[in-house]
Design a protein around this ligand. Structure first.
Ligand code: HPA
Length: 269
């Protein structure tokens, strides 16, 4: 669990360079970092220059905060997220979320790359996250709660904001919606694990997002989650081996759809 003091130190170390408060925070997943190129009047701050910020080592994750305007909105975008599989604690992974909140964000958009447990889903498609299963065994709120950041026992019954979900679905630009199962990784799931995950009702599986969303709900942010479906992960007899190259290529394809969605959605928010 992080603290107001740590979040404030991070904010104070960059605030002067960033200008006006932001409205919307974004955390971009594997292969989806290109969205940052669309930010206008961008100020980019490497994570290494933000006090106390962990620095990502994952492929496809640049590790910087980009602040500017996107489709008419003031945004702060964490390009390069942190993962449990890199060795970061859940508390460390949550720090960018609290920083985005401290910079003014009241909404958080999270994107990720995910495998499709649902046999109807195809690589390159985008799934609107309706809910999640946190199967990582970790929680960013473990430890003493700093009440200045949020409540001890945050309600998670509507972790993904119903209004934002409805707004996304109404655009008709997203073809899938479902439940995201978050695992720790870095090994992919066995086929048996994938069949078990399907039986739980999960539609997609990935190695991120759930930790940040718990922190975001704790911090009072309205959350929108989008999964770039990058590979079939049904665990059936036709299950093909997964490669990071294929995941990143499909994430880029789905990323273009997410970009089109944000171009429609952000001006309406
Ligand atoms: N499993 C876990 N994480 C992933 C996958 C997957 O199949 N695809 C992209 N990220």
């Amino acid at each position: 669990m992080t603290s107001v003091a740590r979040v404030e130190a991070a904010r104070a170390s960059v605030a002067a360079r960033l200008g006006d408060p932001v409205e919307i925070g974004l955390i971009l997943g594997s292969g989806l970092g290109e969205l940052a190129e669309a930010v206008e009047d961008a100020v980019a701050v490497p994570f290494g220059e933000i006090a106390g910020m962990p620095v990502s080592t994952a492929p496809g994750h640049a590790g910087r905060l980009v602040v500017g305007r996107l489709h008419g909105r003031r945004v702060a975008l964490a390009q390069g997220r942190l993962h449990l599989y890199e060795g970061w604690t859940a508390g460390e992974i949550a720090l960018p979320v609290y920083l985005l909140r401290a910079l003014g964000a009241r909404r958080l958009i999270v994107t990720n790359a995910a495998g499709a447990l649902n046999a109807d889903f195809a690589p390159g498609e985008v799934m609107l996250i309706e809910d999640h299963l946190n199967l990582t065994g970790a929680n960013p709120l473990t430890g003493r709660n700093d009440a200045g950041l949020g409540p001890r026992f945050p309600d998670m019954s509507r972790a993904y904001d119903t209004g934002l979900r409805a707004a996304v679905w109404a655009t008709g630009l997203v073809e899938r919606r479902g439940i995201y199962a978050g695992i720790a990784g870095p090994s992919l799931e066995t086929s048996a694990e994938r069949r078990w995950l399907r039986s739980t009702g999960a539609d997609a599986v990935g190695m991120s997002t759930v930790i940040e969303v718990i922190a975001a709900v704790h911090a009072g942010l309205a959350v929108l989650g989008l999964s770039a479906i990058t590979n079939a992960a049904t665990g059936g007899p036709d299950q093909a081996p997964d490669t990071i190259e294929e995941v990143l290529a499909q994430a880029a394809a789905a990323g273009r759809r997410i970009e089109a969605l944000l171009a429609r959605l952000l001006p309406e928010l």
